[in-house]
Ligand binder design. Structure first.
Ligand code: ZN
Length: 126
């Protein structure tokens, strides 16, 4: 059962901003052409100087993606690494009958390990 509309607390503007940033990255990335197949073929064409001379037809969406891709991937990987540092298991220190498998909790959010944040990261990245 959910309460009537308007009963939920107003959304935190900072949270909304972050969500909008992430959704913008997601949309920009989805619109861009995947280079997976092309780069596989191009790999064999790397010249003596270590380059492949490429003539590419880029759609507007591809250019938009490429212009921001490096910075966005850097900030997303930075985010991931910081989340991993925050959410890691520690021995809960409780009394357990199974000393070989002590109960572990996340040292940041205190959920039982693996915590929801770690599981979300694991689902998204593996
Ligand atoms: Zn956690």
């Amino acid at each position: 059962m959910s309460g009537p509309a308007g009963m939920e607390p107003p959304e935190d503007p900072q949270r909304r901003l972050l969500r909008e940033r992430l959704e913008a990255i997601q949309i920009r990335t989805e619109k861009a052409t995947s280079w997976r197949d092309s780069t596989g073929r191009l790999q064999s064409l790397i010249n003596r100087e270590g380059y492949v001379p490429v003539t590419a037809r880029l759609a507007g969406e591809d250019l938009e993606f490429l212009s921001a891709a490096r910075e966005e991937l850097l900030s997303l990987s930075e985010l991931g690494i910081r989340l991993l540092d925050l959410h890691q298991p520690r021995d809960a220190g409780g009394i357990t009958s199974d000393t070989a498998n002590p109960i572990l909790r996340c040292r940041s959010c205190m959920w039982r390990w693996p915590c929801p944040t770690f599981r979300a990261m694991s689902d998204a990245l593996t």
